[in-house]
Design a protein around this ligand. Structure first.
Ligand code: PLP
Length: 400
């Protein structure tokens, strides 16, 4: 389907209000197809899956598994059983940390973590460090905010077991060279974990081509429902991992002396899963596969580049923090508190995000107490960017 901005925009019912939504990196707006699928499940078709054998349950189980198959296709996983449903990127990363790292690593093994990371890809590893004494090694950013693979090479030792990195920073929009980092990791017998929470929304990913060991993301940032996430792992790694939570349907047999875990993917999916979420995401993915995502992304990046240029001209004191050709525009205003801007924009019905953006170490390294982030999707338009510019100007006038 050819990308037509106004047609695309019309698919999002919440845009019929007069608020300007520039906070999509926090969560994206939802297309009507996703809302309809969720509504249909709760209105007409409610049943549990993978258990009951009545016809509705069987049909829903089939659709639930189709969502897994389409997710595998989205990231080009070899097998759909390598897709584990979680409640979000955060839970996926915690699962890798607790069921892979805590279970299989030893004291003094090393985990390299980039300084670009969201707290979700830092705290779970710090917890493992506290629990079993593995060492967390910081891969610092360069002065321009990028990550250098030369620097990475100076950090790797024969104790390095994991290198974990974001596909796209939620603060700067920087996209590390995942293919190169993956090569380096494997040359040194380490594995690579990629946090795709932001990246999957703006850049195609191929876990096979890039030889990615673990990849995570959340459906809600990719036009899907909240409460649904994905953990991709290579089969052999998932097979060796501890299953994490225990409960219904994650086992083959159970007695009072023990249990035998189920095969992949079910050994990680104890209890009733997020059925409505998976069905909503199934509808999202079918819709997304029909979209020319490259054209949509090019449109967004141009919109943001133009907005960036106009902002620099209109507000010369503004310090741009995000990279060019990105869907996010992050900046700071010297002597003006980010929360004041956020509140004054909110009063004009403009939604942005301000503060540390769940990345305290990165914000500190960048040298700001907090930042202001406007984040865009292909449903945004030039009216939105014009509102942002005039809204900022009037906020600055008030604060003067
Ligand atoms: N990683 C990055 C880069 C993010 O931007 C976010 C959310 O903003 C997360 C991880 C965590 O995602 P979630 O809160 O959906 O688990």
């Amino acid at each position: 389907m050819k990308f037509q901005p106004s047609v695309f925009r019309a698919e999002f019912p919440s845009l019929q209000s007069d608020s300007i939504y520039l906070d999509s990196a926090s969560t994206s707006l939802k297309p009507q197809v996703m809302i309809d699928a969720t509504n249909h499940y709760y209105t007409h078709n409610t049943a549990t899956i993978l258990r009951s054998k009545h016809s509705t349950a069987l049909a829903l189980t089939e659709q639930f598994e189709q969502a897994r198959i389409l997710t595998a296709k989205l990231i080009n996983a070899e097998h759909s059983h390598e897709i584990i449903w979680t409640k979000g990127a955060t839970e996926s990363l915690n699962l890798i940390a607790q069921s892979h790292a805590r279970y299989l690593l030893k004291e003094d093994d090393e985990i390299i973590i980039s300084e670009l990371e969201h707290h979700s890809n830092l705290i779970p590893w710090l917890q493992v460090a506290q629990q079993i004494g593995v060492k967390v090694i910081k891969w610092s950013i360069e002065e321009d905010g990028s990550l250098s693979t030369d620097r990475l090479l100076t950090l790797i030792t024969d104790k390095t077991r994991i290198i974990t990195v974001t596909q796209m920073s939620n603060v700067t929009g920087f996209k590390p060279d995942i293919a190169k980092i993956s090569d380096i990791a494997h040359q040194h017998n380490a594995i690579i974990v990629v946090d795709g929470a932001q990246g999957i929304v703006h850049q195609a990913i191929d876990v096979k081509k890039y030889n990615i060991d673990f990849y995570v993301f959340s459906a809600h940032k990719l036009y899907g429902p909240t409460g649904l996430g994905v953990l991709y792992g290579k089969s052999d790694l998932l097979t060796k991992m501890d299953c994490g939570q225990g409960g219904g349907k994650m086992l083959k047999s159970a007695s009072f002396t023990g249990f035998q875990p189920a095969d992949l993917p079910y050994k990680f999916e104890a209890g009733t899963p997020n059925i409505a979420g998976a069905l909503g995401f199934h509808a999202t993915l079918k819709w997304l596969f029909a979209l020319d995502t490259e054209a949509a992304e090019a449109y967004t990046n141009k919109l943001v580049n133009d907005c960036r240029a106009k902002l620099i001209e209109a507000i010369p004191q503004l310090k741009i923090i995000s990279v060019a050709d990105s869907s996010i525009l992050t900046f700071a205003l010297p002597h003006i508190h980010h929360d004041d801007i956020s509140i004054l924009l909110a009063e004009q019905n403009i939604a942005i995000r301000a503060g540390e953006l769940c990345a305290q170490p990165l914000i500190k390294a960048l040298g700001f107490p907090g930042v202001i982030r406007a984040s865009f999707m292909p449903y945004n338009n030039i009216d939105d960017t014009n509102h942002l510019i005039s809204g900022l100007q009037s906020a600055i006038d008030i604060l003067k």
